[in-house]
Design a protein around this ligand. Sequence first.
Ligand SMILES: C[S@@+](CC[C@H](N)C(=O)[O-])C[C@H]1O[C@@H](n2cnc3c(N)ncnc32)[C@H](O)[C@@H]1O
Length: 287
Amino acid sequence: MTTFTPEQLKANTRLAWERSANGWNRQTPHIHAWLADATAAMLDAARISVGMRVLDIAAGAGDQTLEIARRVGPGGHVLATDISEAILQFAKDHAQHAGLAQVETRVCDAEELNVEEASFDAAVCRLGLMFCPDPLWALRQAQRAVKPGAHVTVLVFSEPQFNPCIGILMSTALHHAGLRPRDPFQPCSLLSLGKPGLLDELYRKAGFTNVSTSRIAAPFRLPSVRDYLDFVRTSASPIMQILGTLEPEAQEAAWAEMEDRLRAFQSPSGWEGPNELLLADGTRPTR
Ligand SMILES: C[S@@+](CC[C@H](N)C(=O)[O-])C[C@H]1O[C@@H](n2cnc3c(N)ncnc32)[C@H](O)[C@@H]1O
């Protein structure tokens, strides 16, 4: 098995998101609906309110950035950061289009946040921390960016059994590519921070106080299984990289099997893929 250095892992992640920026952005209406409740819970946990300065880490195409901007209002400020310039450009465009002048964007790695110490009232990260090769360092960077007593709140995927579609996609793709099953918790993967207790441990090691983690059901509801596969094909899924090594016909066979297996989640009213997220929160110590 090839092992990658943290730098290579990060470079792969960045490239994957540069290439998928357009696709992820096009899926924004679906992503917005899928994550609406979890996002509201994240912003509540971070105590985001009018007039605050908020750091949005790994902001992507900015769906949650806009929510934050509306909460803080014109007198507040949101700095949306991401490692991919291409995807962050969408966040910038959406904010401009929505007339949210309180949004600023800055391309930067979550592990090298080039922001002034203690300059934010809160920091959030929706579905980004699990892609960091060193999530503990990223949490330390986020803590450094916020004021004493302020919250750092993140959302990541939980364990494989509560996110079964990810497992179905991965096992089918690996099987078709003739590769061995992978550790679902491997670094930088979708479920890398889903191991029970891990996120709490990282928060504590990073020195946060009032640490808490809760589970949030986030079923992905779409008209059909085809819409889910469209989403997978247009996002920076590792499935695309795995299948990318196969001939087109072999790729299609893999997609057909995934569709077959994922049809288990189809009901008369549409398709509903179960997902579970972890919401972790902690505060920077006051002294
Ligand atoms: C699943 S998307 C989530 C985007 C957005 N937060 C949302 O929920 O719609 C993951 C994002 O993490 C970003 N990302 C991955 N690794 C990163 C890193 N080390 N630093 C900053 N951003 C990173 C990607 O570029 C991508 O935009």
